[in-house]
Design a protein around this ligand. Structure first.
Ligand SMILES: Cc1cc2nc3c(=O)[nH]c(=O)nc-3n(C[C@H](O)[C@H](O)[C@H](O)COP(=O)(O)OP(=O)(O)OC[C@H]3O[C@@H](n4cnc5c(N)ncnc54)[C@H](O)[C@@H]3O)c2cc1C
Length: 297
């Protein structure tokens, strides 16, 4: 494994924002991950696990510890008649995996067409869209906890709306810089045989719908979770913030729950828009918007 120093993190994120990691490694498989964590431990460094970087806002000051980017992306298919199980390493792209399986006639993950990020990131935040989510597709997963690989059932993840036991643990540790975060190594998904054409058509519909709704530009998708019975985007729009700019960041005119990096935005530009949206929505409705994204550093 090659350890880089002061590696800029912005290129590893979909927002294209973020200062350097003091140390940065890309790791494949449990052995390399254990090696990286041990190395960090010996130097008393906090660790942050990065997947596809599509749900994180990394501060411009970067991360003063070790960033481990999970890269393993192998897939194994176990088939039995019209049913199958795909065992996929956590660094594999979520949408790419769904597409790859659909092309072989396996249904179950087509809702994830166009979803940015990795399998690991999707499990961590119970990603979901277009009628599906991780909670309903996952069979089990393997998680590296304190140097040991544990098999986790779906129940153990205790998935909720855009959350999981892992995400709650991290929140309880009061900052994402908590030492030794558990790392998802691989996941098993249940699949069923389906007609190739029907599958391709479903995925094309999802892709079309996603393209028609997604604002153009570098973003992290939805910044806030939808409050119960409400849409965060509609609340921010009603607060008059569509198109609001601070520095080089903008609340998207097409979808107010997206903040777009217009080019060269700082993490502070985004954080100030986040604060503004929260303040205005709270003052107008009494509703406190909760972040869906993770702030790092
Ligand atoms: C344009 C756009 C559209 C989007 N649309 C949707 C949508 O429709 N639905 C939706 O749910 N989300 C959506 N998102 C958000 C994002 O795609 C998901 O949250 C995605 O699952 C994040 O995966 P990631 O690999 O990029 O995670 P990252 O951003 O790299 O990390 C997110 C969190 O997961 C943790 N993590 C990542 N990998 C692992 C691992 N292997 N083990 C342990 N922890 C890990 C990280 O530490 C971090 O806390 C969208 C984002 C964009 C940019």
């Amino acid at each position: 494994m090659r350890c880089l120093e002061y590696e800029p993190l912005a290129p590893y994120t979909s927002w294209r924002i973020g200062g350097p990691a003091r140390y940065f490694v890309q790791a494949t498989g449990a052995a390399e991950l254990v090696q990286a964590l041990t190395w960090a431990d010996q130097r008393d460094l906090p660790v942050f696990v990065l997947g596809g970087g599509s749900n994180v806002l990394i501060r411009d000051t970067g991360f003063n510890g070790l960033v481990v980017r999970v890269r393993g992306h192998d897939m194994r298919l176990e088939t039995r008649g019209d049913e199958a199980r795909a065992i996929v390493e956590s660094g594999a792209p979520m949408a790419g995996t769904a597409r790859r399986l659909a092309r072989q006639g396996w249904a179950g993950l087509e809702w994830a067409e166009g979803l940015p990020g990795t399998i690991g990131g999707a499990l961590y935040g119970n990603a979901g869209c277009y009628g599906g989510d991780i909670a309903t597709s996952l069979e089990r997963a393997w998680v590296l906890v304190n140097g040991e690989t544990q098999e986790w059932s779906v129940e153990r993840f205790a998935f909720g709306y855009r959350t999981s036991a892992l995400k709650r643990m991290r929140a309880d540790a009061d900052s994402v810089s908590a030492r030794h975060p558990p790392i998802i190594l691989a996941a098993a998904f249940r699949l069923r045989r389906d007609d190739l054409t029907a599958l391709a058509q479903r995925m094309e519909r999802t892709s079309h719908e996603r393209r028609s709704k997604t604002p153009w530009g570098a973003s992290c998708g939805s910044v806030f979770k939808n409050p119960p019975g409400e849409s965060a985007g509609r609340l921010i729009e009603a607060a008059g913030l569509k198109g609001m700019r601070i520095g080089n960041a903008e609340i998207a005119a097409r979808h107010a729950n997206y903040i777009i990096n217009l080019g060269g935005a700082s993490s502070d530009d985004v954080l100030r828009l986040i604060d503004l949206a929260r303040e205005r929505v709270l003052a107008m409705t009494g509703i406190e918007l909760e972040l869906e994204i993770q702030i790092v550093g």
